[in-house]
Design a protein around this ligand. Structure first.
Ligand SMILES: [Cu+2]
Length: 405
């Protein structure tokens, strides 16, 4: 009884640091303002405060966010990767589901990764005292079994932002799309359990079992993609579109070739399926006509529900090469991609110039529409039709009538 009083006081105290406007956030997710600099951070005057963005291009920062609520010792997180099997060989030319079992985590708490990173203290479910958070799957090729891999390099990464829906609310999964892994060999697949705003979970005792799991698998048929089922255009190929009401939050189909949910629903009188759009041309042989150095094609996709967003936004299709979350402003993504092509992919100068042209082409189209992604992709010879995707505002309202009837 006393502890629940303390708990609700603590929850109330943290509520005070919430920002006023949480309207752009998915249900269940709160927005937090940066804390004033702590005494600790003030000692390092030359280190800027962490303000919710991720410093992907380098630089230190200092977080003044409290660690937050620490759960009871009987509520510690534990995770097991149950699929694929440890030590198995997986076929990279097919979709591979990674399924995990996690206990003592209330899932579906997934704050905006580019604006609220480390902004929220760890929070607990007020009823059960269980940590609120989400999972991630990360896949790396192991060049060596005796030397640790570079964490900046990964072959696949996926934040799992949806809440577990199995009866015990423990099971989550992500799909490594066919063709995503480009080299055969030994890989490591790990979970990274995170809180609402992505920090590692804070546990009450030091001596315990791990909150995360990693497995090793062998990969074969890397770099091979099954023949696209939808070469040419997608008219009439409305596989799996139906009239579903699914907001498609956190779906795992990005970048695969099954052409689920395209847009040519002529004469469809209702809007229930508007949320499931955006075809997946990124991997459909859309490799473009440029040399991307060590990277995959820099295709950008436009759609609703990325990272739990209510609004439409942009993100790179090939997260292995271009590890950036979604953004409403395409220039955040295009700039990141052009920097990456230069610094990491070591693409030739001609491709870098092409990237700058692609950026301006995107900038010349109407902001926050799929036409911007198409213009960027087209500069590399990658044909997409995100212009046909309905744009939504951050309340989930259609921005205007669909224009392609
Ligand atoms: Cu995360």
């Amino acid at each position: 009884m006393i502890s629940s009083v303390v708990l609700s006081l603590a929850v109330a105290a943290f509520a005070a640091v919430r920002a006023e406007d949480s309207s752009a956030l998915p249900a269940g997710v709160r927005n937090f303002n940066p804390q004033p600099p702590s005494a600790f951070c003030k000692q390092f005057g030359n280190v800027p405060p962490a303000i919710g963005t991720q410093l992907k291009n380098g630089g230190q920062s200092c977080s003044s966010t409290p660690q937050g609520l620490i759960p009871d010792v009987n509520k510690m997180v534990s995770t097991l990767i149950v699929e694929p099997k440890f030590g198995s060989t997986i076929d990279a030319s097919k979709d591979n589901v990674v399924r995990i079992d996690t206990i003592n985590l209330v899932t579906g708490f997934f704050n905006l990764a580019n604006e609220q990173y480390y902004m929220a203290p760890q929070t607990l479910d007020p009823q059960t005292g269980t940590i609120q958070g989400h999972q991630h799957i990360t896949v790396q090729k192991l060049g060596s079994t005796t030397q640790a891999p570079d964490p900046k390099v990964f072959a696949f990464f996926k934040g799992i932002n949806n809440a577990a829906t199995d009866p015990d609310k423990r099971s989550l999964q992500a799909t490594i799309p066919a063709g995503q892994l480009t080299e055969n060999g030994l890989y490591r697949i790990c979970s990274i359990t995170g809180t609402d705003s992505h920090q590692p979970v804070i546990m009450p005792v030091a001596q315990r079992g791990a909150q995360d799991d990693c497995i090793r698998v062998n990969v074969r048929n890397a770099g091979k993609v099954p023949a696209p089922t939808n070469t040419g255009n997608n008219n009439g190929n409305n596989k799996g579109n139906g009239n579903n009401n699914n907001n498609n939050k956190g779906n795992n189909n990005k970048g695969n070739n099954n052409n689920k949910g395209n847009n040519n629903n002529k004469g469809n009188g209702n809007n229930n399926n508007n949320n499931n759009k955006g075809n997946n041309n990124g991997n459909n042989g859309g490799n473009g006509n440029a040399n991307f150095g060590s990277c995959q094609a820099p295709t950008i996709e436009f759609g609703k529900g990325f990272e739990g967003r209510k609004e439409t936004s942009f993100q790179p299709v090939n997260k292995g090469s271009f590890s950036h979350g979604s953004a409403q402003n395409i220039d955040i993504i295009t700039q990141f991609i052009c920097d990456r092509l230069r610094d990491t992919c070591k693409a030739p100068q001609a491709t870098q110039n092409l990237c700058n042209q692609a950026r301006s082409a995107a900038g010349s189209k109407k902001a926050k529409t799929g036409a911007q992604a198409d213009a960027f992709n087209a500069a590399f010879g990658i044909k997409t039709n995100f212009a046909a995707v309905q744009a939504f505002d951050d309340q989930g309202r259609p921005l205007r009538k669909r224009f392609f009837f």
